[in-house]
Design a protein around this ligand. Structure first.
Ligand code: FAD
Length: 418
């Protein structure tokens, strides 16, 4: 079997999906190749673009703050316009499922840990809970679940000085579920309104409501009928209802993955999942094919242009052992201190060198070797595999993936169809 495309994108996370969409928009025939599910299934579903620079207080206008980042940062390569372009691609892909596109400024979203986080785009179900929205809030958790302690989160938020009253309550979920039930099981019970679950949940919360004008639940209010579930609860409670993003596994993250893959289907991107890329064939400084391991056989996937979007240390796009840090498919250069002890700081939230490990891009996002020359003329990189950004500290992970995905994908698409 021989496969040939204009553009082959390796990686099925936010960066890979955005690169594939941008390449398709440029008129290219595109295939997206992804080994496993992306980290989106664990992620919050929020799109953080830039929440902090140099450890300083929250950034309110992320586009304006791009110029304050170090020169090696991927945002400095694509520029504020590139970040804007990534957000435009995201807004087109997800449509009215997300809010935040009306302004360049960050919103402040309540987190399940009882903090407030600057973010650029958030699911519409999260919107009524923004710290900037008015109305006293009641946070509600479910007895027996461990990932959201509503009274503790409310106390923590209160201590941060949010400009509204916030209280927490724990109620029994209205359907008897096993102790180890997954978040999707809770969501299905509300989707299906099992045993009149929606009304019974609203009634349990009503007993705690008092004067609160909005009620926040962990993000498990339905899967396929999310808007119906929220509307039913809000109706019966006479209060606005919102979701609070949770830790893994995350329904909001899964939902975002579905939205991005639906958008890929809509523009005719071909998708191959389940097998890893393990190597490549190249000649004259150009990649001819990526080799994919299919049941022990290496199958070449040919294309004119390639985008590497395999994620960072978490997504396995970058690997490390005790001695070295590598990019496993193309063997791209990943600079790192010789001394293993210089990779991290002793403080958990310190300025760790490893957080910025990744391939080093040139101005066209082509990974470069130790001399600064592009490894291959037709290979670009996007997202977590790129070095130079501490996305967890800066709160910029999804934004970097969107901006560099759109930039790399558009260039690959234009080059392939030239
Ligand atoms: C727990 C958690 C919470 C997060 N919360 C937030 C948040 O609140 N806000 C925010 O902005 N971002 C958040 N993120 C980050 C965000 O979800 C992405 O991880 C980040 O944007 C990087 O995306 P990516 O597309 O570069 O890589 P990934 O999402 O890691 O995707 C990499 C893809 O490459 C594929 N792949 C890897 N190696 C191969 C191979 N050899 N062959 C074929 N395919 C391969 C993988 O299967 C996967 O599909 C969170 C991430 C995690 C893990």
């Amino acid at each position: 079997m021989s496969i040939r495309e204009d553009v082959l994108v390796v990686g099925g996370g936010i960066a890979g999906a955005t690169a594939a969409l941008a390449a398709a928009e440029a008129g290219a025939q595109v295939r997206l190749l992804s080994h496993k599910q992306s980290t989106l299934r664990q992620a919050s579903g929020l799109i953080d673009v830039l929440g902090a620079v140099g450890g300083a207080s929250p950034v309110s206008d992320p586009l304006a703050a791009v110029a304050r980042l170090p020169e090696a940062h991927p945002y400095r390569i694509v520029g504020a316009d590139g970040v804007r372009e990534g957000l435009r691609a995201f807004d087109d892909a997800v449509g009215d499922a997300y809010a935040g596109g009306h302004t360049d400024r960050n919103a402040l979203v309540l987190t399940h840990g009882g903090t407030v986080k600057p973010t650029a785009r958030y699911p519409v179900s999260v919107a009524p809970g923004l710290a900037s929205a008015s109305g006293d809030a009641l946070l509600v958790g479910f007895a027996g679940t461990t990932d959201f302690d509503a009274p503790a989160a409310a106390a923590h938020l209160d201590a941060t000085g949010v400009p509204f009253d916030v209280d927490g309550a724990t109620v029994r979920f209205p359907v008897d579920l096993r102790d180890d039930a997954r978040v999707t099981r809770y969501a299905t019970a509300l989707d299906e309104d099992e045993g009149n679950a929606r009304a019974r949940l609203a009634d349990a919360v009503a007993a705690e409501l008092a004067d609160h004008e909005r009620v926040g639940f962990p993000a498990m209010l339905g899967k396929d009928r999310r808007a119906d579930v929220r509307a039913a609860l809000a109706d019966r409670l006479g209060a606005a209802v919102f979701e609070i993003p949770t830790g893994p596994p995350s329904l909001l993250g899964m939902r975002l993955e579905d939205l991005l893959f639906d958008a890929l289907d809509d523009v005719g991107v071909r998708i191959s999942t389940g097998n890893p890329a393990v190597g490549y064939e190249a000649s004259d400084g150009r990649i001819d094919a990526v080799l994919v391991d299919r049941l022990g056989r290496e199958v070449p996937y040919h294309a004119e242009e390639f985008v590497l979007a395999t994620g960072g240390l978490v997504g396995k796009g970058i690997e490390s052992d005790r001695e070295s840090v590598t990019e496993p498919i193309f063997g791209c250069h990943v600079p790192h201190p010789e001394d293993r002890y210089a990779w991290s700081e002793s403080a958990a939230f310190g300025d760790h060198a490893f957080a910025r490990f990744g391939v080093v891009p040139d101005g066209g996002l082509r990974p470069t070797d130790a001399d600064g020359d592009a490894h291959f003329e037709n290979l670009r990189a996007a997202g977590g595999v790129l070095g130079g950004a501490d996305v967890a500290r800066e709160k910029s992970a999804a934004g970097v993936s969107l901006a560099t995905g759109a930039y790399a994908g558009r260039r690959a698409g234009e080059e392939a169809t030239r």
